[in-house]
Design a protein around this ligand. Structure first.
Ligand code: GAR
Length: 213
């Protein structure tokens, strides 16, 4: 499966995908890393791995629709058939989401549907949540919504700061994202009535996957 990975910054999830794709038996390949920021650290990670990169600055476009159309053009031109958002911090137009329906996934650092949006770790700590985690989901027009593919859970510890909680979750993100991509590339993930079904898969320790139907 040929992937485009969309980033805005650090790109540690991109790195996890790059590392996963380096394994001979991994059923996906990154053909494009697209960033809306020219100084995104993730671009360097892509260069090091010899992956094609492109920067499209959203400020160069008059509106969201034209920016998103330029992204689709770049993704198609690179030969990608599937799109992974990896810390891509722009809202997407309905058109873009429709174009890539069930071919567009996101990773979010909370147990969705809890804590959509920004400042998720601050909010989880403030509200006394005992667990948090991360979610990989298909993207739908509403922000941080869509059929859930996989989640990993971590405890919120009494002395956690947003940074320590974020770091504990990030470690799980790096396991979960490649796992979700693998399952999709192997053709095991189906969306039925906006719910994900995964065929014939035993989740690794700590990752909770939707059961096979
Ligand atoms: C990750 O924690 C990812 O889950 C989050 O941004 C971070 C990007 O880190 N994404 C969102 O909050 C999207 N709503 P990275 O650039 O090192 O992968």
């Amino acid at each position: 499966m040929k992937l485009a990975v969309l980033i805005s910054g650090r790109g540690s999830n991109l790195q996890a995908l790059i590392d996963a794709c380096a394994a001979k038996d991994f059923p996906a390949e990154i053909v494009l890393v697209l960033s809306n920021k020219a100084d995104a650290l993730g671009l360097e990670r892509a260069h090091k791995a010899g992956i094609l990169t492109q920067v499209l600055n959203h400020k160069d476009y008059t509106d969201r629709d034209s920016f998103d159309r330029a992204m689709t053009d770049a993704i198609v031109a690179a030969g990608a058939e599937f799109v992974c958002l990896a810390g891509f911090m722009r809202l997407l137009s309905d058109d873009f989401v429709r174009t890539w329906h069930d071919k567009l996934i996101n990773i979010h650092p909370s147990l969705l549907p809890a804590y959509k949006g920004l400042h998720v770790h601050e909010r989880a700590i403030e509200e006394g949540a005992r667990f948090s985690g991360c979610t990989v989901h298909f993207v739908r027009p509403a922000m941080d919504e869509g059929p859930i593919i996989a989640q990993a859970v971590v405890p919120v510890l009494p002395d956690d700061t947003p940074d320590t909680l974020a770091a504990r979750i990030l470690e799980q993100e790096h396991v979960l994202y490649p796992l979700a991509v693998r399952l999709i590339a192997e053709g095991r993930v189906r969306v039925t009535a906006e719910t994900v079904r995964i065929d014939d898969h035993q989740p690794p320790k700590g990752a909770l996957l939707n059961p096979a139907s």
